[in-house]
Design a protein. Structure first.
Length: 184
């Protein structure tokens, strides 16, 4: 196999090409494909800039989610996430309280409830992705007659590493429960 050589001379003004210098440095290079082994993919030149080699394609993960409370299922469905692409679901209900109060009452009698869920890929490494999720459940306080109504809120924030087909469950206060399954 013939390997071409290039002689370079180191001078105070920089690097110059010469074959007759006692300070010449011999540098060998191998033309691509001579050995059939590539050390790294070649960069592609485009106009006046270099484009790096293509990175592996990002993966989209599908998660089955079930958010429940002692009263039953608050939300259930599937969400898709990818690196730098989160998914979320929320629902709100505002309605009049269960009993009629005198119009002279200065208190807000409406009931408010909501559920929200957010999930994203926190990081992805050689062990697989870690999913960070946040869940929140807001519900009305117990009946206060014609007094002021309020709400109570429970939140969960947790990271889970799930393999394909694997499930994880997290329980919070007041019976809030989040079950997440990574689809295959």
């Amino acid at each position: 196999m013939l390997v071409p050589f290039l002689a370079l001379m180191l001078t105070p003004a920089g690097v110059g090409s010469t074959a007759n210098s006692s300070q010449a440095v011999i540098v060998s290079y191998e033309e691509p494909g001579v050995t059939g082994i590539r050390v790294r993919p070649p960069a592609v030149a485009a106009a006046d800039r270099m484009i790096p080699p293509a990175t592996p394609e990002a993966q989209v993960y599908e998660l089955a989610v079930r958010v429940s409370s002692p009263a039953g299922v608050l939300w259930q469905g599937s969400l898709r996430v990818a690196q730098n692409q989160s998914a979320n679901y929320s629902q709100n209900l505002n309605q009049a309280g269960p009993r009629a109060c005198p119009s002279s009452s200065s208190y807000d009698q409406s009931e408010r409830s909501s559920v929200s869920f957010n999930v994203y890929v926190q990081n992805s490494n050689e062990f697989g992705p870690t999913y960070r999720f946040d869940a929140s459940w807001q519900r009305p306080t117990e009946d206060a007659g014609c007094g002021e109504r309020g709400t109570r809120t429970v939140q969960i924030s947790k990271a889970l590493m799930l393999d394909p087909g694997e499930s994880g469950t997290v329980e919070g206060d007041a019976g809030l429960k989040v079950e997440v399954t990574r689809r295959r």
